[in-house]
Design a protein around this ligand. Structure first.
Ligand code: COA
Length: 257
């Protein structure tokens, strides 16, 4: 039987996805990316799953696009494969994605972590966009994420030198949610997923959408969407329940409506 490229551990209210091409440090081949996108889409549609953790191995979260697969492709072939568009399927997930990063997160692996909504990284995790060293540039969001996260001048250095960045430095630059001891990466990412999964689902969904808009759109668009989502939540049963429970000094019971 063919080995599964992505392992799925479904433990409602969370699920944990593990990239499983250990022998090549989870290099993101077309097959692995497709398996990942399919798994995320399926879990995103699963009503029992409220948050998704994405992890790799101890040695590598993912060491980038599969160079052996790309080496002989022409520009036109790359364009026809339209890898960037396929990542759109991951970006479209409505449920929170939490990256649990151990080891290398390079190139597409770094972009995959940055695409996630939160990142828990181990102390010895190593990030970077080394594409320039093989004559290309980040192709699935790296230049945009880093520039929005860091400003032009720091992002430029990372994109133009391909320098590797430690978890401590990523954290200091504000690009991580948290750095934890290597042995605790998965457990802390799962705990964070469970914490989010306890929150009312509509507020989580609209909150994620609003934060994402701040990241991707203009300030005016972001404020408009935030305002709309804020008012919309006043129509939800969970908003009434949450406020009532607070006033009645009891835990809320969420129905997701
Ligand atoms: N694509 C394809 N194969 C990759 C890969 C990638 N992005 N990254 C690692 N591999 C493969 C290696 O070719 C090697 O395969 P082999 O055992 O058949 O020789 C295996 O994974 C282990 O990698 P190796 O380089 O031997 O491990 P290392 O510990 O010496 O170095 C890295 C680890 C991550 C520093 C190094 O593998 C690397 O620089 N990878 C490429 C990172 C990159 O440039 N990513 C951006 C791509 S656009």
């Amino acid at each position: 039987m063919e080995e599964q490229l992505v392992l799925v551990r479904r433990e409602p209210p969370i699920a944990v996805l593990t990239l499983n091409r250990l022998e090549v440090l989870n290099a993101l081949s077309t097959g692995l990316k497709r398996a990942l996108e399919d798994a995320v889409e399926e879990l995103d549609a699963d009503p029992e799953v409220k948050a998704i953790v994405l992890s790799g191995s101890e040695r590598a979260f993912a060491a980038g696009a599969d160079i052996s697969e790309m080496a002989e492709l022409s520009a036109i072939e790359m364009m026809q494969m339209d890898r960037a568009r396929s990542w759109q399927r991951l970006r479209a997930a409505r449920k929170p994605l939490i990256a649990a990063v151990r080891g290398y997160a390079l190139g597409g692996g770094c972009e995959l972590a940055l695409l996630c909504d939160m990142i828990i990284a181990g102390e010895s995790a190593k990030f970077g966009q080394p594409e320039v060293k093989i004559g290309i540039i980040p192709g699935v969001g790296g230049t945009q994420y880093l520039t929005r996260g860091l400003g032009k001048w720091r992002a430029m250095e990372l994109v133009l030198t391909g320098r590797r960045v430690s978890a401590a430095e990523m954290d200091a630059m504000g690009l991580l949610t948290r750095v934890v001891p290597d042995g605790e990466v998965l457990s802390q990412a799962e705990a964070l997923a469970r914490e989010v999964a306890e929150m009312p689902p509509l507020a989580v969904r609209l909150g994620k959408e609003a934060v994402q808009r701040a990241f991707l759109g203009t300030l005016d668009e972001g404020l408009e969407l935030e305002r709309r989502n804020f008012y919309l939540l006043f129509a939800s049963a969970d908003r009434s329940e949450g406020m009532r429970a607070f006033l009645e000094k009891r835990p809320p019971h969420w129905t997701g409506t």
